[in-house]
Design a protein around this ligand. Structure first.
Ligand code: DX5
Ligand code: ZN
Length: 221
């Protein structure tokens, strides 16, 4: 994938939205030029927090035309793949730390007709996912410890983007490199030039006064 020809995509993270106005928030971010809607699913075990479940996603599906980018931060990978596929997920990303059988579950996701993603926590080396890069549609590099929006970007995540972009080129693959956590208009340029082509943004979209301007600023990287 030639990054120069690929404009970066912005995936606002719904967990940072105002939950009392969920419908308005989803519609506002779509109108503001978001490319994907990032949906963080937490189970209180894999991460110390809870967000929303399949019923909310199912209800949002008909009122939003953006691809639903489901990021599973859960222990029960098998159960959740089925639940979130049924609820309307277009992409399902699972964590390398959550299962010893990554290839199997990535295959399950693809068989269901969803795009398959793999994610690694800040403490996990990219070596853990090198053997599944041929299977995935996206790799999500966590640049904060998962669980909460609004945390600070961990700078060493940039090296992972570089390594993944090199592997993508060398092996002639075309998965997206997604960066998730603490992304803002200051670090976006270096992430994009390192090879990231999707930026997840909680705080830097939903906590800004003008969503359209916020998305434009991130894309300008
Ligand atoms: C954290 C989530 C992120 C988070 C991003 O565990 O995976 O998607 O909501 O929010 P910001 O951009 O505020 O770090
Ligand atoms: Zn996420």
């Amino acid at each position: 994938m030639d990054n120069l020809k690929t404009p970066v995509l912005i995936a606002p993270s719904l967990m940072a939205a105002n939950m009392l106005h969920l419908l308005d928030e989803v519609q506002a971010v779509e109108a503001a030029g978001a490319d994907w809607l990032h949906l963080d699913i937490m189970d209180g075990h894999f991460v110390p927090n809870l967000t929303f479940g399949p019923d909310i996603i199912h209800q949002l599906r008909p009122v939003c035309s953006l691809p639903f980018d489901v990021h599973l931060m859960v222990e029960s990978v098998e159960l959740c793949i089925g639940l979130y596929h049924k609820a309307g997920a277009d992409h399902i990303t699972i964590h390398a730390e959550a299962t010893a059988d990554l290839r199997h579950y990535l295959g399950v996701i693809k068989k269901l007709g969803c795009k398959a993603g793999v994610s690694i926590n800040p403490g996990t080396s990219v070596d853990a996912i090198m053997s599944v890069l041929d299977l995935v549609d996206l790799v999500l590099v966590m640049s904060v410890n998962p669980g909460f929006y609004g945390q600070s970007f961990i700078p060493s995540s940039l090296n992972k983007v570089v390594t993944l972009a090199e592997a993508r080129k060398e092996r002639n693959l075309n998965f997206h490199i997604v960066v998730d956590g603490g992304v803002n208009s200051v670090n976006a340029p270096s992430l994009i030039s390192a090879g990231a082509d999707v930026l997840v943004a909680g705080n830097s979209v939903f906590k800004q006064p003008d969503y359209s301007l916020a998305i434009q600023k991130l894309k300008q990287g």
